[in-house]
Design a protein around this ligand. Structure first.
Ligand code: SF4
Length: 426
């Protein structure tokens, strides 16, 4: 979601004649987008913020903006006091303070024109009118915020309650993205499978997938992240039926032990998650499944951790995003539950799952050896073209041709746990 917010803001600024630079010392405007989902992310964001202070001293005209979850939707007066070298603060997915500030600040003869352009970008719902070239795979937020209360999670506090965007605006933006180069759209939401439930009369995610599928020139659609409780059969069937919707579902379990799941207030059990994975695999054969796991949550005993381990071992999940629990400010678990698994133990459990996944995913990927896979190429990395299979596996190919944006058949010649290599056919 932060990548999507940053991209949209960059495109809006680009359409207002700002030019990007990789050198902070050369910049007239620096906006830092921040994540606080874990303590390590917050520490990194604060480190970067502090590193900007000397630049501001050297160049008082430099405009520094801070956006994202470090600021939060309610603003953050304490931060404004603590970081006086920051000129603008804005919450997540909210570019308006930047555009308004810049419009007011610019005093050159074009400022009226500039302000009008900024208004147009905002009126059209941020980003829609920009003519900038889009990347092959574009993130498209469709649900902002979250109204669930998972006890460890800081997101509802920072990104606000759940707000689905109106489908006509999503479709308009999707068409612009495809017209300007996007071949794949990744629909984003904290609970993306709840799309439309907060908007009376609005379509739900399966219908939205159908409508987006109609866009000519668009090759692929993905959506993330789903919550197990909102993953309906209708949605799974839409994945099975719509050729442009890729067979890849991100549906976090977070833990395998029912007590821990209850303490996290996730709203399902180990067995219910297992049943969901079976339903997905029955209806979408060959689908890949991604999950998120937090190890070392409050009260996670060794036996409880083993439930998580066994769940991963049994289900053979394609991707597991692992994290060690860290209490986040003002969450239920930070205030009321003890952080009673030691840092060493959290690391041990993290490593145990990492090792398990390496073996599990390595074996799953071996099945692709010699197979032909349709790969959508996104970029070049280390002299190789980098693309993805329908099930979201990374594939690297060496070739003289420019493959970015191409959907090509590739024979898989090497497999490892985290990527595949192959050769182009035809
Ligand atoms: S559903 Fe996801 S975003 Fe919402 S509170 Fe739970 S973990 Fe946080």
């Amino acid at each position: 979601m932060n990548v999507a917010d940053s991209d949209r803001l960059s495109r809006a600024l680009g359409s207002l004649d700002f030019q990007a630079t990789d050198d902070p010392a050369e910049a007239g405007l620096i906006i830092l987008n921040t994540c606080v989902v874990r303590q390590s992310a917050e520490d990194r964001a604060l480190g970067r913020l502090n590193s900007l202070k000397p630049l501001k001293h050297a160049n008082p005209d430099l405009i520094i903006g801070l956006m994202g979850c470090l600021v939060g939707i309610k603003g953050n007066q304490a931060m404004e006091k603590r970081y006086p070298w920051v000129d603008i603060f804005a919450g997540p997915s909210d570019p308006e303070p930047f555009l308004r500030f810049l419009g007011d600040r610019l005093t050159h003869s074009d400022s009226e024109v500039w302000r009008r352009q900024a208004d147009e970008v905002l009126d059209a719902e941020f980003g829609i009118t920009t003519e900038a070239q889009h990347t092959v795979s574009e993130n498209l937020p469709i649900v902002l915020g979250c109204s669930h209360n998972c006890t460890y999670c800081v997101i509802p506090n920072r990104r606000g309650r759940e707000r689905s965007r109106e489908s006509h605006k999503i479709l308009a933006e999707a068409r612009v993205m495809v017209e300007h180069g996007a071949k794949e759209l990744v629909l984003l939401g904290q609970i993306v499978d709840r799309y439309g439930l907060d908007l009376p009369g609005e379509m739900r995610l399966p219908q939205l997938l159908r409508e987006i599928s109609e866009i000519g020139g668009l090759e692929r659609i993905r959506f993330l992240t789903s919550h197990p409780n909102w993953m309906t059969d209708e949605l799974i069937d839409a994945v099975a039926e719509l050729p442009k919707v890729m067979p890849h579902i991100e549906v976090p379990v977070q833990a395998g032990d029912d007590e821990v799941l209850r303490a996290m207030r996730r709203g399902y059990t180990n067995q219910q998650y297992r049943d969901l994975v079976s339903r997905i695999r029955d209806r979408v054969p060959g689908a890949s499944i991604g999950t998120d796991i937090i190890v070392g949550f409050s009260g996670e005993t060794e036996a409880a951790f083993e439930q998580t381990y066994r769940l991963l071992e049994d289900l053979k999940i394609d991707v597991a995003h692992l994290a060690r629990y860290s209490p986040r400010p003002n969450t239920y678990s930070a205030k009321l539950l003890p952080d009673n698994v030691s840092a060493e133990e959290k690391m041990r459990r993290f490593r145990a799952l990492e090792d398990l996944q390496k073996v599990v995913v390595g074996k799953i990927n071996e099945q692709f050896l010699g197979q032909i896979q349709p790969v959508l190429f996104e970029s070049r990395a280390k002299n190789k073209w980098r693309g993805r299979t329908p099930t979201n596996r990374l594939v690297f190919v060496e070739n003289e041709q420019d493959l970015v944006g191409e959907l090509r058949d590739v024979r898989i010649t090497w497999t490892g746990p985290w990527s595949l290599q192959g050769e182009l056919l035809g």
